[in-house]
Design a protein around this ligand. Sequence first.
Ligand SMILES: [Zn+2]
Ligand SMILES: [Zn+2]
Length: 519
Amino acid sequence: MSATIGGRLEWCLSRQRLWGVPIPAVVCTNCDQVIITSELIEFVARGVEKQGIEYWSEINVHELPFKFSCTKCNGTAFAKERDSLDVWFDSGISHYAVLAHNPALAFPADVYLEGIDQHRGWFQSSLLTSLVLEGKACTKSFVTHGFTVDQKGHKMSKSLGNVVSPDELIAQIGTDGLRLWASSSEYGGDAVVSKELLGNVAEVYRKIRNTCRFLLSNLYDFDIEKDAVVFDQMTVLDHYALEQLFFVNNSIRASYERMDFTGVFHQLSEYCAKELSSFYLDVVKDRLYVEKAHGHERRSAQTACWHILDTLTKLMAPILSFTAEYISDEYQKNKDQSIHLQSFNDLKEILQSMMAQIDQHAVAGTDWYPFEGRAQETAQKIDQMSFIAEREEQWELLKKIRSAILKAIEQQREVGTIKHSLEARVTVYFGLNEQQTVILNDFIKTLEQHKQTIEQFFKEFLIVSQFIVVSKESELNQSELTGLSVKVEHAYGSKCPRCWHWDVTQHPEHLCNRCQKLI
Ligand SMILES: [Zn+2]
Ligand SMILES: [Zn+2]
């Protein structure tokens, strides 16, 4: 924009048009000298305020309460000026007309948003007038966007017949879909409308909506006020889910701050598809479906799911406006204001408030409270967010282990030993290097603090029925992760009709040992 300002000529403010904002001046009929005074401007402005823009064309020059005399020829006969102001002047002073007089707004504006053609137009007229009037720029930032083009990059035009109207797009992908499409394209350049791109956007939208539908369908009997599990008592995997949420939330909020909506689009899409759909939600399904409705295991997963849904809905609200409103109608019991009046979540604050509840539980002496004395320690960690850094390398290693074992399971599926991962019995030997062993042992300690065993953890983490850690490598195969040996075979026993896990059981209907306890 500096270039267009540097190269500009003087601004001729008057235009010879029949419509527009009149220039309140009078012209000497003898010598064409123009007279304009602040008194005249004020007088005409008040007239326009009362009677509208027609005031100037309707008033007779003799009705003006001023005695004009020509500064050039001393003539006393005057006519009204018929030129109007350049339209860029009208829109250029909108900062003065709108911002300064509206208590809900402020000068300077946060952002001026327009197409790239406005570098010469509105942006420039706004800047020039605000510099004259206020001595500074009328906005903190300018954002420019490109134009919509067809898949060949041609600008849409009626003569080419390649115009796609927003109505057509809405009919195909809905209003939220249209906004999602807009967020998916880099607004600095031209935005392409093509069948293929719309198909991709529709797919991402479906993924986000299905993720939310799954979360909602598992929260029907959950009240965050009454049923939430405090942070320190959640399972290790649910901790992990909240930690990931912490990262995603920070990162997407930062993208919004930078007005990087494409970044928001990609992160929302990736979080729903990879982190939630293919991993966390897939893994906790078992706990949500099978465990006791009011049991600690299920409530812990529901607590994580509720925060994921709440955070996700707020993050998507600026783009998927209707979807976010519908979703929040469902999960926000006693909702008293629109999702669009609510703020984004601050995960650190949420985790800290979950910690604050811990003392109450300790006092109440709930029977499954095994964490006394650790509340303060965890609170301190949350304050510094140090637990996330500590866990990061643990999860990096755990995911490597998971991927190596999943590959071994897949091989057995291909040769027909098993059909589904739940039919697998996995035996592993950990001969990891020194550094990895330290990390794994730390993780096992964390599990123990949460009254979980490594076998329980990996059964859930891998969605398998049986998981055994052995201390000898023999009969196992080296996996793709150095130091990890694995054997995958068909699970022992029979398939539980309730949870589909395999178990060795004496039950006449083959109910697994876990389900026998749960029923
Ligand atoms: Zn004159
Ligand atoms: Zn079962």
